[in-house]
Structure formats: C-alpha cells, structure tokens
Design a protein around this ligand. Sequence first.
Ligand SMILES: N[C@@H](Cc1c[nH]cn1)C(=O)NCC(=O)O
Length: 443
Amino acid sequence: MPPQQAPVIGKASRRSWLIWFTAALVYLLSVFHRTSFGVAGLEAADRFGVGAAALGTFTVLQVGVYAAMQIPTGVLVDRHGPRKVLVAALLFLGLGQILLAVAHSYGLGLLARGVLGFGDALTFVSVLRLIAAHFPGRQYAVVTSFTTAIGFVGNLAATVPLTLLLAGPGWLPTFLVAGLVTTLYATVVAARVRDTPQGHAAKTARVDRRELLRQVRTAWRVPGTRLGFWVHFTTMFAPNVLTLLWGVPFLVQGQGLAPATASALLTVFVFGSMLGGPLTGALIGARPGLRMPLVVGYLAGAALVWALLLGWPGTIPVAVLVPCFAFLSLGGPASMIAFALARDYNPLHRVGTATGVVNVGGFVATTITALAVGVLLQLSGNFRVALLAVVVVLALGTFRTLVWWRRARAALFAAQARGEQVPVQVRRRLWDVQEDRQVPAAA
Ligand SMILES: N[C@@H](Cc1c[nH]cn1)C(=O)NCC(=O)O
C-alpha cells in the first residue's frame, strides 16, 4: 500500500492556489477541444464527405473512449501523481487536434477525435486529485466547482470565437494552432505543478495488475464511492445528452425552431452550470449534510421537467423551454456532489481511483442514453418517444441512488457506533436500515 499523505489542515497556501489554477487551465483546454466539434460539425461533414449519422459517431466514440479510460486514469493518477498524467493529457489533446487539422479522410478524423478523447479522459480526475491533495476537505467542493466553471470558459470559447476562427483563418490554421498551444502548455504544467504541497507524491512501488484490480475493487466496495457513482450517473447524463448530441435535433426537427435559436437555447445549460456550480460548491462545503437532500431534490425536479417536456400538447413555447433547461442545467453542478462523496469516503492514496470510478457513471449513462435515443428515433420518427429513454435511465438511476444512499447511511451509523470519525453526522430516520442489518463501514 502506498504511503499515506497528510491531509491539508487549515488554509491552502497561495502556491497551492497557483498550482490549482495552472491545472484548471488544462481542464479549460480539454473542454475546449471536447466541445469544438459542436460548431465544426457542418464543416467536418463537408471536409470528410459524410452525413449526420457518421458525425454522431464522432461524439459517441469520444464519450466512449472518455468513459472507458476513467478507471485506468484514476489508477494512473494514484500511482504516478496528477502532474505526469496532466502532461500526458496535454500531449494527447495536442496530438489529436493537430491530426484533426491535417485530416482529410473520415478514418483519420475519427482517429484524431479518439486520441483527443484519450487526452480529455486523463484531465478531470487528475485535477480533482490535485485539489484533494492541496486543499482541506471543507474547500474541496468549492474549488472543484471553480474548476468546472473555468472549464465552461473553454466551452464558450468553442462556440462563437471558434465559429469566427473557422470562418476566417479556416480549419487547418485554427486546429493546428490550438493543438500546438496545447502541446506547449505541457512544459508549463511540468515546471509549475506539484502533486502535493510537499512536492511530488511519494513514489509507489511497482504494483502488478492484480494489485491494481484490488485497488479498484476496494474503491468500488466502499458504499460512499458506490453512492457517488449512482449520483453522477443520474444527475449529469440528461444535460450531457442534450448539449452533446440530441438537443439541437430535438429543438429543430422536433420543435420546429431555427438552428440559430436552438443553439442559443442550449447556452442556457452553459450559463446555468457556470452559476449553479460555485453556488452548489459553496453550499455543500459549508453544509455537507445538504449533499444528498440536494441530489434528491434535483432528481425530483428533473422528473417533473421531463414530464412537462414530453407531455406538453403540441409545440413547447420557448418561455417554457428556458426554465426547463435552466433547471436541468443544475444536473452538472449536482453531479459534483458525487466527487465530494468519493473524496470523503476514501483515503487520499485511493481518491484518484475512486474519482475515476464515480466519473464513469455519468459518461456511461450519457453513452447508453444517446444511443437509445438514436435507436428509438429511428424506429418511431418521434422525439417524444425517443426521449422516453431519458426517463427510463433517470428512473433506474434514481432507484439505485436511493438504495445506495440508504446503504451508505447504514455504514455511517456503524462507523459512528464504533466511535470512528465520520465526514457527516447523521441521525437515524424511519426509512434507515435497522441496526441488526448493518453493512460494513465506508472507507
Ligand atoms: N460533473 C461534470 C462537470 C460539470 C459540472 N457542472 C456541469 N458539469 C463532470 O463530471 N465533468 C467531468 C469532465 O471531464 O468534465
């Protein structure tokens, strides 16, 4: 087992904030590259000579690679430290974008987005691991939410500014410069980032595959990690499915809106998350006991929103769509609660792995739902029927979240009874598992 690192007590230093900011800019670049296909899609279709279905493959491939790489990323971060993994992330992101700049065939385009998805997958978990090492527990949620807010600047840069660059200098110079800048930024990260306030993480001995699997299994068995997985699964997939793939087709083909109006409506998700993230982070940082009530409140509200969207007779007015999307945009900030659970219920040397496990949840749910919506749309030709896939995944995720909330609480009661320190003090309720059926303790 790797040596334990001391958690930060008191306040984070100025140096830790600078290190975090340097790493958060990697996440900004990552989100910029991830979302750049949103506005480059039509030009890509022209360049590669493909239709809309083939374009959808780019998104599914990218999200699929991202999801598949989360657990390996967590393990890599715990073994080698976030600095090295962030440097690797920038090199893959840069290479992917440079390949895309010069690609003229669909095959090379797909390879480029796959490489880019690989680099993207290495980023977020590394930044969260860095935050866990550099900041005290009570600041974790708020610094994490600042990170995602910075990520949304990358998302915004990939909208109008990228459209202007593609229309002006064009595809090759735009993506080439974006790729080169990203690659060069790796030198800054290598020079400035430190894994822990003391320097680099203590070197861990080489561990074999069985030991790595044991590390993943141990993280997965912790009720707090499992709860985090289901919280992430259930809260963030619907905003993702709408913003990454089906939002524009639903609004244009299903609701008869102009493409420009549809794109403008989807920015509600960006601004909602940018505002909601720091608010949620500050709230749960100050009152960790509110974490699960907030998740359950969001899930109940999301069920109502989907009932309204899918049950609305005829065309849904924009005045209804805007508040509905604003509410759904809070799914991203709510999903950050999942990472706070992973951080609180795992020792620091396993936080990367647990974070990776949790992050698989939302992206697996996104991939499954995006594919299911496509299949149902093909079969029915009706968006209301196709989007029922969202409702089914929401119901499944809510059920599993409630099951694991109850189990995680039982583990907390058991730990409290043993006199152990627990992240949140909880009082037994009528619906809690009874004492004679307690499950093993978290962490
Ligand atoms: N929960 C998201 C981030 C988020 C926050 N607000 C809206 N979205 C997440 O898991 N992000 C991972 C990533 O790589 O972006």
